[in-house]
Design a protein around this ligand. Structure first.
Ligand SMILES: *Cc1c(COP(=O)(O)O)cnc(C)c1O
Length: 370
């Protein structure tokens, strides 16, 4: 290669134009940058209580076996998930975060001839995995910040191989009704795979909760993704899963790396599934924290998008980025969502009562000064 060659020209077309996912700012980074010591992060929808005791104990117990490769089939965890959901273990695909499942489905089903339908303001990983394999993203305008299922259906054609739906959606927190979703999936052609991303499933009020797993029996083209990163407090371990027909799981498992989940993650996730107390406490803290934050917004005269998840996007009625930066200087990391076409919103993950209070104080001070 001579010096005038550009290495970027050698990359696959989809990769060349790819804009990488922007993660929430790590606490340590902000502490280093500003010399702060008390930084709180409400930016990545992590569990403010941390991992549960059972998960921690399971990891401790798994440490001595770290010289060995993990169980590449994830037998024990799959069995625990199969028992919990009354499905067969052959319907489960384990991923390095549910993010990996999103990537596997794109790699397994898409080519540059295919189109992928998803909503405006939907999760940022959908355009990335679509573009990485050279497929074409078809982005459908949102309705009241949420998925417009009728409009999405209209954009599905014979080239559409994949539809992504996040329910609840991140970063808007919008939730679709069970009936409307079921109608949508029924209306999809059999040549189109439907990914139902339920990363925040555990936070959905049981009254409106979608029992999408029942649909697996009648929709062989349905893939549900869930994760241990959010409600289970194990984001750092990277553990998620897909639920589908056994045939779809077989296809996804063909492209999966043989040891994509490490031993600690497998052990912790299995233990976390049995830790209902920690899950219930997490949900209770979230419910109270959501009320605390939205009460605070109300006092400030701000509107927010009603959210079914563990985060809420608030409308600042002014550019979000400067407010985000001012909050950083006060040691509070939240998430600007301009890259989601929501330039006047900030997304706040629900924290502990003390964290929420610190955030609201910092926001009140910041808004008084801009
Ligand atoms: C956080 C999130 C995920 C993925 O999280 P993992 O840590 O990779 O499991 C997937 N979808 C949505 C909508 C999310 O917000």
């Amino acid at each position: 290669m001579n010096s005038t060659d550009n290495i970027y020209d050698l990359a696959a077309a989809g990769i060349r134009q790819l804009i990488p996912y922007k993660a929430g700012k790590p606490i340590e980074e902000l502490e280093r940058e500003l010399g702060l010591t008390r930084v709180i992060k409400l930016a990545s929808n992590e569990n403010p209580l941390g991992p549960g005791k059972k998960a921690l104990a399971a990891m401790q117990a798994a440490l001595p076996a770290l010289a060995l490769y993990p169980d590449g089939s994830g037998f024990m965890l799959k069995q625990a998930l199969a028992d919990k959901y009354t499905i067969d273990a052959s319907q489960i695909t384990l991923g390095n975060g549910s993010n990996e499942i999103l990537e596997l489905v794109a790699r397994a089903f898409l080519t540059p001839d295919h189109e992928v339908v998803f909503s405006q303001h939907a999760f940022a990983v959908y355009p990335i995995v679509t573009q990485a394999v050279g497929a074409t993203a078809v982005i459908v305008r949102a309705l009241n910040y949420g998925h417009d299922l009728d409009a999405m259906l209209q954009r599905v054609n014979e080239k559409t191989r994949l539809v992504f739906i996040a329910n609840p959606n991140n970063p808007t927190g919008t939730l679709l009704s069970q009936a409307s979703l079921e109608r949508f999936i029924s209306a999809l052609p059999h040549t189109c795979v439907c990914v139902l991303d339920e990363a925040y499933f555990e936070f959905v009020d049981s009254m409106e909760s979608v029992n999408s797993i029942d649909w697996l029996k009648k929709f062989p083209n349905l893939l549900i993704t869930r994760t241990f990163s959010k409600a289970y407090g194990l984001a750092g371990l990277r553990m998620g899963y897909g639920l589908s027909s056994p045939e779809m799981a077989d296809i996804l498992n063909r492209v999966r790396q043989p040891f994509n989940n490490n031993s600690l993650a497998l052990a912790a996730a299995e233990a976390a599934l049995s830790d209902d107390e920690h899950l219930q406490r997490t949900i209770a803290v979230n419910t109270l924290g959501m009320q605390q934050l939205t009460d605070g917004f109300k006092k400030l005269g701000l509107e927010w998008i009603p959210s079914a998840g563990n985060f809420v996007s608030v409308d600042l009625k002014q550019a979000g980025q400067p407010v985000y930066e001012a909050l950083l200087r006060k040691g509070v990391i939240v998430r600007p969502v301009g890259n989601y076409e929501l330039p006047n919103h900030l997304r706040i993950s629900i924290g502990t009562e003390a964290e929420n209070k610190l955030f609201l104080q910092a926001l009140t001070e910041t808004l008084a000064n801009v």
